[in-house]
Design a protein around this ligand. Structure first.
Ligand code: ZN
Length: 249
């Protein structure tokens, strides 16, 4: 069986110095996600990479072997060179690589370059959240109830300055009364992009079985489509006329 090749790129700084993040995610958020994905799915393999790895954790060889790229970043968005974010954008749009932006990656360069946003939103204290299932028939909502509770998560509030999503799969309501579009799907070029809001480094949201299920569903959904013709990253000049096919009959 051919496995879906996931690469999880993590900023991986909080989990080395914040005591709470170190306790919840001792080997990093990326390693935690790899563990629950690989222990429950034999059709997915996860490679880990981080900002402080070679070439900011992004090499051509790695991208060549990636079907779905998951991104978690918070305080270091500016450290990633623009050219790497553009390279990732092109892999998504013309190569069909899936892209999943988790939590504070709303302001990461790759997410912004791909969907077209500064990623701005409002935020506040950690609190209870009810995650509402807005699109139960969507593949990413498979097996997810009408709603579920996340005991403690960082408040992210509307307005979220992103383009209108192609599909709004989840919305969050927080105990202070704020709302947020928490699970958004975009189609860009031949690539698929999912943004998912939970995942603050000092919260245990990645332990939540529904959050885990959503990430696994999203990996399968975002994996490259089997496009029936070759797509190149340019604007080719047309030199043939499809109508000739009629004349040949
Ligand atoms: Zn956060």
């Amino acid at each position: 069986m051919e496995k879906i090749r996931v690469t999880f790129w993590n900023e991986f700084r909080h989990e080395k110095k914040n005591p709470v993040a170190m306790e919840y995610y001792p080997n990093g958020i990326h390693a935690f996600v790899k563990d629950f994905v690989e222990s429950s799915c034999d059709d997915i393999e996860v490679t880990l990479t981080a900002l402080d790895d070679e070439n900011y954790g992004i090499t051509d060889e790695l991208l060549d072997n990636t079907d779905v790229l998951i991104w978690w970043a918070h305080t270091t968005h500016k450290e990633l060179p623009d050219e790497l974010a553009i390279k990732i954008r092109d892999r998504v749009m013309a190569g069909g690589m899936g892209f999943i932006a988790l939590h504070s990656s709303h302001r990461s360069k790759p997410f912004g370059f791909i969907v077209g946003t500064n990623g701005n939103l409002s935020w506040g204290r950690n609190q209870r959240e009810i995650m509402w299932n807005m699109m139960p028939s969507h593949p990413i909502a498979e097996g997810i109830p009408n709603h579920f509770i996340i005991e403690k998560e960082e408040l992210y509030a509307e307005p979220f300055y992103v383009p209108q999503p192609d599909e709004l799969v989840f919305s969050g309501w927080y105990e202070d009364g704020y709302i947020f579009r928490s699970g958004l799907c975009y189609y860009r070029g031949i690539g698929k992009i999912f943004y998912f809001q939970p995942g603050h480094e000092t919260c245990k949201s990645f332990y939540n079985p529904y959050v885990q299920r959503i990430i696994i569903n999203a990996i399968r959904w975002a994996s490259p489509a089997k496009v029936g013709f070759k797509v190149t990253n340019d604007c080719p000049r047309l030199r043939t006329a499809p109508k000739d096919e009629f004349d040949a009959e």
